[in-house]
Design a protein around this ligand. Sequence first.
Ligand SMILES: *Cc1c(COP(=O)(O)O)cnc(C)c1O
Length: 455
Amino acid sequence: MKETKFVLDEKEMPTSWYNILPDLPEPLPPVLHPGTGNPVTPDDLAPLFPMGLIMQEFSPERYIEIPEEVQEIYRTWRPTILHRAHRLEKALDTPAKIFYKYEGTSQAGSHKPNTAVAQAYYNKKEGIKRIASETGAGQWGSSLAFACALFGLELKVYMVKVSYNQKPYRRIMMETWGANCVPSPSPDTKAGRDMLAKDPDCPGSLGLAISEAVEDAATREDTHYSLGSVLNHVLLHQTIIGQEAMKQMEMANAYPDIIVGCIGGGSNFAGMFLPFVKDKIRGRKPDLRIINVEPTSCPTLTKGLYAYDFGDAAGMTPLLKMHTLGHEFIPPAVHAGGLRYHGMAPIICHLHKLGLVEARAVPQVATFEAGVTFARTEGIISAPETNHAIRATIDEALKCKESGESKTILLAHSGHGHFDMAAYESYLSGKLTDYEYPEEKVKEALAHLPGTPTV
Ligand SMILES: *Cc1c(COP(=O)(O)O)cnc(C)c1O
């Protein structure tokens, strides 16, 4: 019998998150206060985040216990299944062994509830009544709405206006879970009003929506801010994925030669690869390749500058050392909404600089081609974001076909694409186009970096 899926029992779900910080060969560059240029302190972040999360952001502990209440909710859909893609392998006629870990079975349909539930828990525990956040295409907003519903928290979501108008279903999911969702730029904040005065038809951007949510949280006692990617504590919560995958690869008597994932802010893929990076750093598997895949339309890691920049468009957040296309960057409206962010998780950028992970950009049409191949072999209709990772997985498997090598490839499958049928229709009818972000536009956006403060 060919084994097709590797299933962990509820009792085998990892009970702690893995924190890479103490295992980094060089320490992560500090987050800086934009006013003073000094490293931020926990107190600087206290108006926005609960102390439980702030402590995780800087924690020196290798393993951080997952609170029982969070574990209980995780177990409503976790552990997720590790699949062997026999049919895809056969269709590609490759000697490669392809495994994928599918995060689309969560209530919101992606990996994002792994952190949304944890963030809602720590806010609730510290007496917060209300959360403000932003969302691009709606995946993060809907995941947080699900988590807030379970903990009885109020939620306001600033949703990038183009998506708000074009993608009503995720908004309706948020409303079904009880959240209040408004299009960004909105008249509800100063950042939003300023932008509307400049350009009443502004389509919005993730960076601007972040400004609105941060302002909302900073100006209300009862409200905290929540971010769905990029920050250390978000990546930490996602490591449940990689730790489960490690156990499941053992069940399959395999260990990956290549791990592939898509990166928007970097959370789902880091959640998968961080436990494996630890092995690579320690010399257990020094030649392990870790491939971060991003769109050519938003080429943060492949074309951005590694510099200090704001996390939002208005320049209200602390400064993060990361690959950036400039905080004023407004990405073209490609379908992988979750991959359209000007920055990238500092942990991923640092590992990239240290040569421990690699990056690759792929054009949109080829990602849908890969996604359709995946749907017609494995059956799952994947999120447009995930299709980027599937593209690179197929490319690596085809290289194995050429070389005759039987490599083991592990794909981080971040979610389903059931709300992205319009994008698939556009591809199937031949209307989808590629967009390469022009070099001069990258330069233009980078001209407005805040400058590297001296530490
Ligand atoms: C949000 C999202 C992403 C991108 O976010 P990361 O933080 O980089 O993981 C990727 N895939 C899906 C399905 C998403 O919803």
